[in-house]
Design a protein around this ligand. Structure first.
Ligand code: NDP
Length: 482
């Protein structure tokens, strides 16, 4: 499951009812709050995190990409050069490619093509792929009590895009397969333009013409609203859902194409593709394909069920995800590491094991929830903890928490599996540089913080029932340790 989620310390549903009123919005101040989404109020810690990320995240991305372009992926060399006076910021900036007409055209074509695949081509994969759930699917209940419908066609978009890529590489030759690498920095500026444009549009839309006014949240703090989003599920028309589109298409479909382009560049520069590059391509492709195969399940995850659409999803999906999740491939273009067979086998094993834990854990929860506990987990009837919660309209609902299988070992083993896979991608790059390890460090921060914020939310949503669950399953990510 892939998200450019923010490691921000976002507080859960707490504080007095301090939400501001807004055009078209109707909120019953007396109604109990549903336990969804981001905070209604901003504490200083959250605000500091928001300001830090708004100010520095674009520079972090630039720094990593520039370090590869100008310093062979050394993270320390630019700092040392600047500190010793060997380089000045203006020199580094002067050597940075600016946006080009070619990059702007490529990017515009790319995004338009993905929009076309998203809204213009209803899913046909579910008609011939047994077990695959596509076509029109329902999301989870929103705080205002709405159940949105989504056209699930991401697998189809991924397949068509990649078939075209392969056809171009072997038959059509419309463009070089190194096109992404060759325009990497000019494309970064285009991605930033889209990221900021969509986040700003989402903010304005939230105030002026929200898709569902009752599902908006306002804190009264401009920066927090901009970053964490106002609208829960902004849409244009019936089907163009911002969250589903921006997370999946410009971000995740691109991930595997970017890796393929990096592999092509490695071959062009060094005459061959290393086993490390193959490993990174294969392991990350499994993860990406898993996302699209399970896109309907993604509708029930935190991104869609709890996060509002703001800068951290809009800009994050356009810039952070495609640029920082692909650092391993970029690094391997500059450092073509050929791993000894036992090392490569170890990486493959860790990657596959991580994927298995991640997928199985997610699958167990999904199966349990879909069947209302009438299923088998590890061959047995699952242990369920009954729980109740209240939605924003004051309705009382019943649910269940799974305490068997991976969910009986720890409360978020799906995150642990994800982290094992993330570590495998990094280890594929050997031990020469820090840069490719950024991903696992980032994922560890992101998922630990996500785990804590999710648990905070679940605790306020389920109250004593959540306490019974945490007593039955005391560890979060590592059984016996944390
Ligand atoms: P989860 O799929 O773990 O969903 C958490 C929600 O599940 C909780 O809010 C609660 O929701 C419900 N829940 C919690 N415990 C139980 C239980 N015991 N039984 C039943 N339901 C339970 O979290 P995410 O949506 O964050 O993650 C989904 C996957 O995406 C993970 O595998 C994660 O690793 C991955 N991911 C990847 C990222 C990336 O950038 N690569 C970023 C973020 C996530 P409810 O209110 O319905 O009870």
């Amino acid at each position: 499951m892939l998200r450019a989620s923010s490691p921000l310390p976002v507080s859960g549903e707490k504080g007095p009812m301090a939400a501001k009123s807004y055009a078209g919005a109707v909120r019953d101040e007396a109604a109990p709050r549903g336990q969804w989404g981001r905070a209604w109020e901003v504490d200083w810690f959250s605000l500091a995190g928001v300001l830090f990320l708004l100010l520095f995240a674009p520079f972090i991305v630039y720094y990593f990409i520039m370090a590869c372009d100008q310093y062979s992926c050394s993270l320390t060399a630019p700092v040392l050069d600047l500190a010793s006076g060997r380089a000045r910021l203006s020199h580094i900036w002067a050597k940075t490619p600016s946006v080009t007409k070619e990059a702007a055209q490529i990017y515009a074509l790319w995004v338009s093509f993905q929009v076309l695949l998203y809204v213009g081509l209803p899913d046909f994969c579910h008609k011939f792929l047994p077990g695959y759930v596509g076509g029109v699917q329902e999301g989870a209940l929103t705080p205002a009590g709405v159940i949105n419908k989504y056209e699930i066609n991401g697998l189809q978009a991924w397949l068509i895009t990649h078939l075209l890529w392969v056809a171009n590489s072997h038959v059509l030759s419309w463009f070089s397969p190194t096109i992404i690498f060759d325009n990497w920095i000019p494309l970064l500026w285009c991605a930033n333009i889209l990221g900021y444009a969509v986040s700003t549009f989402a903010m304005i839309k939230g105030y002026l013409f929200p898709t569902n006014a009752r599902d908006c949240k306002f804190t009264g703090n401009f920066f927090y609203n901009y970053m964490m989003g106002i609208e829960f599920n902004p849409r244009i028309g019936k089907w163009f859902d911002f969250k589903l589109f921006f997370n999946g298409r410009p971000g995740i479909v691109a991930w595997t194409l970017i890796n393929l382009s990096f592999a092509a560049k490695q071959r062009e520069l060094h005459g061959h593709v290393t086993n490390s590059m193959v490993l990174v391509n294969v392991l990350q492709a499994i993860y990406v394909l898993d996302f699209f195969w399970n896109e309907a399940w993604y509708l029930k995850t935190i991104d869609i069920c709890h996060d509002h659409f703001g800068w951290y999803l809009g800009w994050g999906d356009c810039v952070w995800l495609p640029y920082l999740y692909t650092l391993q491939g970029l690094y391997l273009v500059h450092h073509p590491v050929q791993l000894p067979v036992p090392h490569a086998a170890g990486v493959l094993l860790l990657g596959l094991l991580g994927y298995y834990v991640f997928r199985e854990a997610n699958h167990q929860k999904d199966l349990f929830r879909r069947t209302d506990g009438r299923c088998l987990i590890w061959g047995r009837k699952p242990r369920a903890i009954a729980c109740t919660y209240t939605s924003a309209d004051g309705q009382r609902h019943h649910s269940k928490l799974l305490a068997s299988g991976f969910w009986g070992l720890a409360r978020h083993l799906n995150y642990t599996g994800d982290l094992m896979g993330s570590l495998a991608y990094c280890l594929a790059c050997g031990g020469g540089h820090l840069l490719p390890y950024f991903y696992v460090v980032y994922m560890a921060v992101l998922l630990t913080h996500r785990c804590l914020r999710d648990e905070h939310r679940c605790a306020s949503k389920y109250g004593g029932d959540w306490a019974r669950y945490t007593a039955a399953v005391p560890y979060r990510l590592l059984p016996g340790i944390f």
